[in-house]
Design a binder for this molecule. Structure first.
Ligand code: NDP
Length: 400
């Protein structure tokens, strides 16, 4: 049996937990080299004891000290490393075959890039990395011969609906594929009266009807910025222009996306909404493996509905298209402004209904440059965070 040694970046998060659940079904085939987290010591301690990685990384140095002491007390042989640079180290480690990129937000960019540059099989959940620097990441994949496999359920579905047998390192030109239908559940506020949006609480926004996810992506799903980020992600992954992609509301989250071909065929991938399916798909590809997901029962699943998203309800989606249109560093600006706005909303410093204004204002304030170097991308990210944070602070001052 061929073994695939894996590093899981962001192992303590929602995708990290699902990944460990899948690899634990075949531990001899998927030995864990490294697990990483920001500062969740308790969950990392449990994971180290259960999965015995060679290395655990805590970005926060105090958390690393606490974890080191806790693991030593439990007799664990896992080596604990601290700091953001250690994330890239365990991503590019020569013994590692596959890297699950599941850190949330811009913090995932450098280790994901390191994995791509080192030619790994990169299982990409961290869509923000591609949104910020699609050109650089795809270029790194091509140069190193890495294999980039999408974990987002929609992109994984599209990947499965495209012709088989292409080399991941090459850009995918989906011959004869006329349209990509990117499905969206519409999140928890699909039917909520628009005039009540200002009073939405973080817990309401994080209560997704179909998926159990981390808080940032849950808010992104509620605003539909998540779908906007996914449109950008799809353009890079599948080398298509934005007009090829059509977002469609599908509240049941059973059809994960579709590809329509010139001859009238539409291929779809269906399944219960459980991230273990795309994770198992990408881990085993081109083979298949057991994921633990309940099979879909077509006789009991009920109606499948599809409709167009309302632009007024989901302005964030339009902002993502606008950034994509501008190109260059505009998508990094969009991403950073969104991260600042979502963080402020979760910290109760910004109303839900104000999130799009923070992003729009930041996009207007910063001119897009060519995204041809990491310095430029990180510079745009930094500048956007300053502008967005200032805007949030001014809004608060105006309220108080
Ligand atoms: P979570 O918030 O549940 O987990 C995030 C992970 O990243 C945790 O391990 C966290 O560590 C770590 N982390 C947070 N901040 C930093 C940092 N500054 N440096 C290093 N590590 C950090 O997120 P999700 O699992 O929901 O999402 C992860 C990624 O996957 C996102 O990009 C999301 O868009 C994408 N995704 C998620 C899906 C889902 O179903 N959840 C579906 C499709 C894509 P700690 O626990 O210590 O804070």
């Amino acid at each position: 049996m061929k073994t695939t040694q894996i590093t899981i970046l962001g192992s303590t998060g929602s995708i990290g937990l699902s990944t460990l659940d899948v690899v634990a079904r075949q531990p001899e085939r998927f030995p864990v080299y490294a697990l990483t987290a920001h500062r969740n010591v308790e969950r990392m301690r449990e994971q180290c004891l259960a999965h015995q990685p060679e290395v655990a990384v805590m970005v926060d140095p105090d958390a690393a000290d606490t974890l080191r002491a806790a693991l030593a007390a439990a007799g664990s042989r896992t080596e604990v490393r601290a700091g953001a640079e250690a994330l890239a180290e365990v991503a590019r480690e020569p013994r590692v075959d596959a890297v699950m990129a599941a850190i949330v937000g811009a913090a995932g960019l450098l280790p994901t890039l390191a994995a791509a540059e080192a030619g790994k099989r990169v299982l990409l959940a961290n869509k923000e990395a591609l949104v910020m620097s699609g050109a650089l990441l795809m270029d790194a994949v091509r140069r190193s011969g890495a294999c980039l496999l999408p974990i987002d359920s929609e992109h994984n579905a599209i990947f499965q609906c495209l012709p088989n047998g292409y080399v991941c390192a090459e850009p995918v030109t989906p011959h004869g594929a006329r349209r990509i239908w990117l499905t969206a559940s519409g999140g928890p506020f699909r039917d909520r009266p628009l005039d009540s949006f200002a009073g939405i609480t973080p817990d309401e926004a994080c209560a997704h009807p179909n998926w159990d996810m981390g808080r940032k992506i849950s808010v992104d799903s509620a605003t539909m910025m998540n779908k906007g980020l996914e449109v950008i992600e799809a353009c890079w992954l599948f080398a298509v222009v934005p007009s090829t992609i059509q977002v469609v509301l599908h509240p049941q989250s059973i059809v994960h996306s579709m590809v329509a071909y010139d001859d009238g065929s539409v291929l779809a991938q269906l399944g219960n909404p459980d991230m273990r399916t795309p994770i198992a798909h990408a881990l085993a590809w081109p083979e298949r493996m057991e994921s633990g997901v309940e099979p879909l029962d077509l006789l009991t699943m009920g109606k499948l509905e599809f409709s167009e998203p309302e632009a007024a309800r989901f302005p964030a989606l339009g902002l993502a298209y606008a950034a994509l249109e501008r190109g260059g560093t505009a998508t990094a600006v969009l991403n950073a402004a969104n991260e600042v706005a979502v963080d402020a909303f979760l910290g109760e410093r910004l109303a839900f209904s104000e999130i799009p204004a923070v992003i729009a204002t930041t996009l207007e304030a910063i001119e897009a440059e060519t995204a041809d170097s990491l310095e430029r991308v990180l510079g745009a990210d930094r500048r956007a965070r300053e502008v967005a944070s200032e805007y949030v602070a001014n809004l608060r001052q105006a309220v108080s």
